[in-house]
Ligand binder design. Structure first.
Ligand SMILES: NC(=O)c1ccc[n+]([C@@H]2O[C@H](COP(=O)([O-])OP(=O)(O)OC[C@H]3O[C@@H](n4cnc5c(N)ncnc54)[C@H](OP(=O)(O)O)[C@@H]3O)[C@@H](O)[C@H]2O)c1
Length: 246
């Protein structure tokens, strides 16, 4: 097992799904993990599975809070993961107040975390910043409008950071999964668990641990290797609109 001893890792959205699995995987390899999310009780449950970890309770939409809590940590590994979708309506039927939550979290929240954590890595001349993109940042699908737009924006930020940080020694990566069974669909369908479960009916989605495995692989390559983009599909999913169900 590759060691992450002496690495300090920030994982946003660590209370659930991909973030929680990634926090566990990083802690199991010896990283000191900072678990970031809005709900202390959910974070505490993950902390119990991550030896040596600590909790930072904040909302990534709050730029000042992100800077204050994460800016001085000197983390050399960041998994910029917190994100969500709300609804799957066609655009004219959508709710602009929900669009604001999705844009403020998936785009501005990601920017706040980049802005707070990159200076220390740049000063140190090393570090890993992993963005959680999505196949929704590469293809769109009916009803995906605002969510897909934010993930396309994350992909643009990934490309932009590779240019902005060229020569700094800092590695930027994007890990872009297809369907992963997490709390994501429950949040998207506003707590309708039957509808969320139906998303994965008759097919085998990725598990959050599959994505965590990829992230661990990305950040444990030798210093001269920057894995730029990882796209992970369930074998049963060929595109955002083509899913094999039995
Ligand atoms: N599941 C999929 O099929 C899939 C596919 C591709 C990409 N992704 C991406 O993977 C990432 C993780 O999603 P997931 O599938 O693991 O969903 P999840 O189980 O719902 O986890 C989302 C995490 O984000 C946190 N979060 C949401 N809003 C936040 C905010 N404003 N401030 C701080 N934390 C916030 C949540 O914590 P609290 O609510 O407790 O604060 C939770 O820990 C997202 O960026 C998502 O877009 C998911």
């Amino acid at each position: 097992m590759s060691s992450l001893q002496n690495r300090r890792a920030i994982v946003t959205g660590a209370s659930s799904g991909i973030g929680a699995a990634t926090a566990r995987a990083l802690a199991a390899r010896g990283a000191e993990v900072v678990l970031v999310g809005r709900d202390r009780a959910r974070l505490a449950a993950v902390q119990a599975q991550c030896p040596g970890s600590r909790i930072v309770e904040l909302d990534v939409r709050d730029a000042a809070a992100v800077q204050h809590a994460l800016g001085g940590l000197g983390a050399d590994l960041v998994v910029n993961n917190a994100g969500l979708a709300l609804g799957a309506e066609k655009l004219p039927d959508g709710d602009p107040s929900e669009w604001a939550v999705v844009i403020d979290t998936n785009l501005k929240g990601v920017l706040h975390v980049l802005h707070a954590t990159l200076p220390a890595m740049r000063a140190a001349g090393r570090g890993d910043h992993v963005l959680l993109g999505s196949v929704a940042g590469r293809q769109v699908y009916p009803g995906g409008n605002v969510y897909c737009a934010t993930k396309h924006a994350v992909r643009a930020l990934y490309e932009a950071q590779r240019l902005d940080l060229a020569g700094s020694g800092v590695r930027v990566s994007t890990v872009d999964p297809g369907m992963v069974e997490t709390g994501f669909s429950g949040v998207r369908f506003r707590g309708d668990q039957a509808r969320a479960k139906a998303v994965y009916q008759g097919m085998t989605p990725l598990a959050p641990e599959d994505v965590a495995d990829a992230i661990v692989w990305v950040v444990t390559r030798p210093a001269h290797v920057n894995v730029g983009e990882v796209v992970l599909w369930p074998t049963d999913q060929a595109s955002t609109t083509t899913v094999q169900r039995r």
